[in-house]
Design a binder for this molecule. Structure first.
Ligand SMILES: Cc1cc2nc3c(=O)[nH]c(=O)nc-3n(C[C@H](O)[C@H](O)[C@H](O)COP(=O)(O)OP(=O)(O)OC[C@H]3O[C@@H](n4cnc5c(N)ncnc54)[C@H](O)[C@@H]3O)c2cc1C
Ligand code: FES
Length: 258
């Protein structure tokens, strides 16, 4: 897919609890096609310690407002600066990058979208696109506490939402892989993004239940276009760049010991 370098205008930068921001950027010309699971490399101006662009998933595309949304967890100087940008500021982005999730061939009501922490970000756009094409997605969202569960109302617009928190402050207490919905429904397809141990646990569940499963990896990245080789993952085809051949991989391709 063709990549674009765009100057986008900040239309909204919402603080979600203490550690997260929802950044909405608009374009003057129609935004390019973007697939769920793809990401952008965002240039961080005004942070002297942030030299490289930061990879951030496409959270949502609002075609009516010609906006692309990014859900950002504040972990370092780059993301903290992005959480400060004001309405009207120009942000330079390269998008769309990477491959994206595989859409089902036939509409299904047995699709499970599992997100952990800020790994829920790509699941909103995926859920919206699945619902738009006649599927009924189910969301299973996990976090440490209720303060780390984000955009629940937005998710609820596209399907059933189930949650787990480690402290029991929202939904069932524990990890996503312990949620009771997994005992009740036999899903046909799982899509997941989140911390690697969570994705490995989800992949293990999928494998042992013979369910097709795609994971979206968040390896550390620099160039974002397959040039620097800093994001490689070991696969059945050798080392592949997560930024170019991924970030979405079928679990059968990965050499994870699960
Ligand atoms: C394909 C992809 C999609 C992503 N999507 C999102 C998203 O939608 N929202 C979001 O908030 N973040 C996302 N990330 C992670 C995000 O890119 C990093 O958190 C960000 O680059 C950190 O930049 P920083 O300058 O704030 O922190 P830095 O100062 O660079 O790092 C601060 C801390 O964060 C850790 N860190 C940095 N990058 C990563 C990473 N890739 N994975 C795990 N830990 C990391 C560092 O080890 C360090 O401990 C994504 C990463 C990838 C590769
Ligand atoms: S980030 Fe440079 S090759 Fe993937």
């Amino acid at each position: 897919m063709k990549k674009f370098i765009l100057d986008l205008t900040v239309t909204e930068n919402l603080k979600l609890h203490a550690n997260y921001a929802l950044l909405k950027l608009a374009s003057q010309s129609p935004l390019p096609e973007m697939l769920p699971g793809q990401f952008a490399e965002i240039r961080v101006d005004g942070s002297p310690t942030t030299f490289l662009r930061r990879p951030i998933s496409i959270n949502y595309v609002d075609r009516q407002r010609n906006e692309v949304w990014f859900l950002i967890q504040l972990v370092g100087d780059g993301t903290r600066r992005l959480a400060e940008v004001a309405n009207g500021e120009i942000i330079n982005v390269v998008l769309p990058l990477g491959n994206g999730f595989t859409m089902p061939e036939n509409p299904s009501d047995k699709l499970l979208l599992v997100g952990g922490g800020v790994g829920t970000a790509p699941m909103l756009y995926l859920g919206e696109q699945l619902a738009k094409s006649g599927n009924k997605p189910t969301f299973l969202l996990g976090a440490r506490t209720d303060k780390d569960l984000l955009q629940l109302d937005e998710f609820a617009a596209y399907g059933e939402v189930y949650t787990t928190t480690e402290d029991g402050s929202h939904g069932e207490k524990g990890y996503v892989t312990q949620h009771s919905i997994l005992d009740k429904v036999k899903f046909e397809q799982i899509y997941t993004c989140g911390p690697k141990p969570m994705m490995m646990a989800v992949a293990k569940y999928a494998k042992s239940n013979n369910i097709n499963c795609e994971v979206s990896l968040e390896n550390r990245m620099a160039c974002g276009v397959g040039a620097c080789l800093c994001c490689v993952e070991n696969t059945d085809e050798g080392h592949l760049c997560v930024c170019k051949e991924g970030p979405v991989f079928n679990i059968n391709k990965l050499l994870w010991q699960i």
